[in-house]
Design a protein around this ligand. Sequence first.
Ligand SMILES: [Zn+2]
Length: 617
Amino acid sequence: MPENILIAIAWPYANAEIHVGNITGSHLPGDIVARYHRLKGNNVLMVSGTDSHGTPVTLAADKEGKPVEEVYKKYHDGFIEVFKGYGITYDLFTTTHTDNHFKVSQSMFLALKRNGFLFTQFSKQWYSPSSKRFLPDRYVEGTCYICGFEGARSDQCDNCGNVLEPEKLINPRSKEGGALELRETEHFYLDLSKLEPDVKQFLRERAEHMRDTVIGESLRKIESEGLKPRSITRDLDWGIPVPLEGWEGKRLYVWIEAVVGYLSAAIEWSQLSAEKARAEPSRNEAWREWWANPESKHLYFQGKDNIFFHTSMWPAELMGAGKEFFEFFSPSPQPSPKGRGGTLTLPYDVPANQFMNLEGQKISGSRNWAVWGLDALTRYDPDALRYYLTVNMPEAKDSDWDWAEFVARNNNELVATWGNLANRVLAFCYKNWDGHVPSFGEGGGTPPLRDVDRNLLAVIENGFNTVGAELEAVRLRSALGEAMKLATAVNQYLDQTAPWTAIKTDREAAAKAIYTALKAIDSLKVMFAPFLPFSSEKLHSFFGYETLLFGKQYIEEVSDSLGSHKVLSYRDVSRIDNPTYWTPSGLKPGAKLNQPSPLFKKLEESVIEEERSRLWK
Ligand SMILES: [Zn+2]
């Protein structure tokens, strides 16, 4: 029975381009796990989008002297190019600036209010008399009154990680320049303290399978500090209006609405796929198969700085909104296709990563101490980048992008161990068996295999369990390492059976070795596919298969009352019935092959200095 898997990935702010640290932090691990589940025949829905609201975006627009809408779209369109280029297969990558997202966020707000989890309170905020407006969080900087850090934001200190009370900030200064004064303003607060017992219970049930770093930042922190109410509205004119009379000029705080994006993007995906398949209007409600289905598994891929929002705040919002969300969102709800409903599905896991540094220093966009996502694609193949970003993924601790290591791992592992293995065996077979898989006897049967052959195939077959178990647990470095070990085992088998020389004296022995190696490579292709989808698809075609392992990515323009926005989508046209690819090769003797070619490129040592000289510029 296929499982329903939601892959929910951090929403990037529309104020900076994407670098390799962002890719390895959340987008790539999410894609690897999504592709694995698709190969297994599960129903995957992978969503994210651009966080278009909030002060990081308005500050970027102020700095560039352009309208916010234009600036968010510029970054959004760039994100879509990066994800398409790296093969990050979002079923939908959208934005928070859509009609649908406004409606879903406002419904969440109203449901929380109905259920008694919101209250209002006056507080003091910094006000600019010259521009006649309140200046929220990032617009005011000063010295942290807890740790003394001089670049603290008025609502949060990035140095000590504490939430700050704006009026206590030392030496406050406006990012716009000009005078500041404290004024009273009224805001809505999410009463997290009321939801604390539920959040703790939720985390305790998941502590077994969640990463220790994640439990440390959530359950253990809540047990020692408790959950305090958080303000969820701001005095801003860009963003989602508070859906209540008398609250004009206030917007939902970007954090409470950005996480709602995982739900709103699933709904938008349903609506778009229903439009495409006009004959099947029930697709309109397909999102409920993930969101109103307690059996579905939701995985949230994040950087370590966002753990709290996904392990505590978002589950609290989901539990607090309850079934009332459905009432506000669609007053006459259609029954869920599976007959379920009631509550919104809670996260299953939040496999948050630590950070990736670059050549020993923290990545910094403003100093150009970064490897930019799109720029790297102009010089390297996406699978070469995906390989290095996976072997070096900051799963348990911070990692480091090092150009010398990038070249070494590409040449010694990706090319030497895996790429050459596949190319050498396929090319040798293609040449010596006239473009076909070896076969025996008059009827062209399976070669009677020897112990050495059967042993190798048993080891490879077991890889579907060992590599699969690591992928299932989101230990991706280890999963890829396990697959690479199996490639080494095939290389050792070939050293031992030496078909290249055997063919001159014992063609039957050579045929057995090549048949065995081909079957092993055909299986390994599937195990490598979540990590290296482009080369695996190519290899799949060399084996003569007419199907595709994966679907295709599309960029489309969607219109609504707020204007139009681009989306990145994914369609699995070749696999309507969810066939299972995650299974040992069934390669038949005598099958026709296609002309093979090398899968990867060896890199020159000179690349290292060239790339290092690009930094700081
Ligand atoms: Zn501080």
